[in-house]
Design a protein around this ligand. Structure first.
Ligand SMILES: [Zn+2]
Length: 118
């Protein structure tokens, strides 16, 4: 029973993010509402937001982050290598540490996918 509910929640989150992306150009406010709803669903179902979607949402103002549009992505080498994503609508910064591991981390795999798709 419980896992079925979580499965439904995952599907809804995915749908909401798809919708958020499609309406972003015409109605950024609506897309923020979709993101907020998706995050609420994740919290209610007690499942982590998928990493891919986590990187696309500002946790401060729920804006859908579109690279080159409303967020700044920078690599910093201070202390340890990390990526900084700055939300340009509220100025909130998200740090993602880049850990060097034998096994590729999820972020690295995502990045690899992004590079190959371009
Ligand atoms: Zn923000």
């Amino acid at each position: 029973m419980k896992s079925a509910a979580k499965q439904i929640a995952r599907q809804r989150i995915q749908l909401l993010f798809q919708q958020a992306k499609t309406v972003y150009r015409d109605n950024p406010q609506l897309s923020s509402r979709y993101v907020a709803t998706a995050r609420k669903i994740a919290m209610a179902a007690r499942i982590p937001l998928p990493t891919v979607h986590k990187r696309q949402a500002c946790k401060n103002c729920n804006t859908l982050l579109v690279q080159g549009e409303n967020c700044r992505v920078r690599i910093r080498q201070k202390r340890e290598p990390h990526v900084v994503i700055t939300c340009l609508s509220c100025g909130c910064k998200t740090r993602i540490p880049l850990k060097k591991k034998r096994e590729k981390t999820k972020l690295e795999r995502d990045n690899y996918q992004n590079e190959t798709s371009c």
